[in-house]
Ligand binder design. Structure first.
Ligand SMILES: CC(C)(COP(=O)(O)OP(=O)(O)OC[C@H]1O[C@@H](n2cnc3c(N)ncnc32)[C@H](O)[C@@H]1OP(=O)(O)O)[C@@H](O)C(=O)NCCC(=O)NCCS
Length: 302
């Protein structure tokens, strides 16, 4: 792959990463996010997808795909980084094409990606949008100590984006037990008609919400998150109780797990680690300003 640029060949090659590439990969992360970057690679799991981009014999980009935590049938496109002097050559695009192609061949149906919001150009969000990823919410103040020269001690926020390789919305016609406020937030991001009754009268078993405590990095804490299963009446009760504990709307996870064979949906809520944080450092593409505004308002007046 490559192009001519002012007489200089801008070719690059995408290949599987090996453990021998790890120092170069970590060099990319440290160069981009700061020397104290907390998520350096120690090994490359063989059952996941790990790709590097090489240009003139040097590693200039890295990208992964891995199962999304406990939601094992959902795969995450993650860890994308391209060295600054190798950008705008189509490397991120090529990584994304390759990862999606491989996941499609593996039979994966749902993809997720958590796009960074710390760059005004929103390049990562735009790249995902090109591949049919749609926004499903914000994950405010998740990762402490990313780009501290820009964010200071404010943890990085992410935009949660989802793509369905079978072309659906991911929600089917399952009934969602959502409070009014969360439903308002959802209508800011879903296309009209995505969540219109009549619902399919099928109520899943009662599953406990999944709690993820905030990360602690270099003494700075990130937000706590809870995923509430949404296809059971108990969702409303759980939401009330979590709201009283300071949890706010973050995102929807459509069809992220399966109850026997039925897909289940989740509401992800977050509790900020502190209140001296600002959405002014959260950059999203213009179409997502209403969502950001909603989250900002809820943050200021819970
Ligand atoms: C985001 C990043 C990986 C893009 O890498 P890249 O190889 O330069 O991207 P590509 O040339 O393949 O461009 C792919 C798409 O990304 C978007 N994009 C890339 N650079 C952009 C920019 N400066 N401004 C706006 N959009 C941009 C565009 O949608 C582009 O598609 P298009 O050219 O058809 O419009 C790179 O800028 C980077 O490493 N940034 C810092 C780390 C980061 O944000 N990683 C993503 C973590 S979620």
């Amino acid at each position: 792959m490559g192009s001519e640029d002012g007489g200089t060949m801008c070719t690059f090659k995408i290949r599987n990463a090996t453990n021998g590439d790890i120092p170069a990969i970590n060099g990319l992360f440290k160069g981009e996010y700061g020397l104290g970057y907390p998520y350096l690679m120690t090994h490359l799991p063989a059952d996941q997808i790990n790709l590097v981009a090489e240009r003139s014999g040097r590693i200039v980009g890295f990208a992964r795909a891995a199962p999304y935590g406990v939601y094992a049938h959902v795969w995450e496109l993650c860890s994308l980084v391209v060295e600054s002097d190798a950008r705008k050559l189509g490397i991120a695009r090529a990584f994304t094409v390759e990862r999606i192609e491989r996941l499609r061949r593996m039979g994966v149906k749902t993809l997720v990606s958590e796009a960074v919001t710390c760059y005004e150009d929103c390049a990562s969000q735009r790249n995902l949008h090109n591949f049919g990823f749609k926004p499903y919410g914000l994950l405010p103040f998740v990762h402490p100590w990313i780009r501290p020269e820009v964010l200071g001690d404010q943890p990085l926020s992410l935009l949660l984006m989802v793509a369905n390789l079978n072309g659906g919305t991911g929600f089917g016609s399952r009934e969602l037990f959502l409070e009014r406020g969360d439903m308002d937030a959802l209508t800011l991001i879903t296309e009209p008609g995505t969540l219109v009754p009549p619902w399919q009268a099928r109520i899943s078993t009662n599953i406990d919400p999944l709690v993820k405590n905030g990360k602690l990095v270099h003494g700075i804490r990130g937000a706590d998150f809870v995923d509430i299963p949404l296809n059971h009446l108990s969702a409303i009760e759980h939401r009330h109780s979590l709201r009283a504990q300071g949890y706010r709307f973050a995102a929807l996870l459509p069809g992220f797990t399966r109850d026997t064979s039925e897909p289940l949906d989740f509401l992800r809520v977050y509790r900020p680690p502190r209140y001296d944080l600002t959405f002014d450092l959260v950059h999203v593409t213009p179409n997502l300003e209403p969502l950001k505004h909603y989250c900002q308002e809820e943050f200021i007046t819970p």
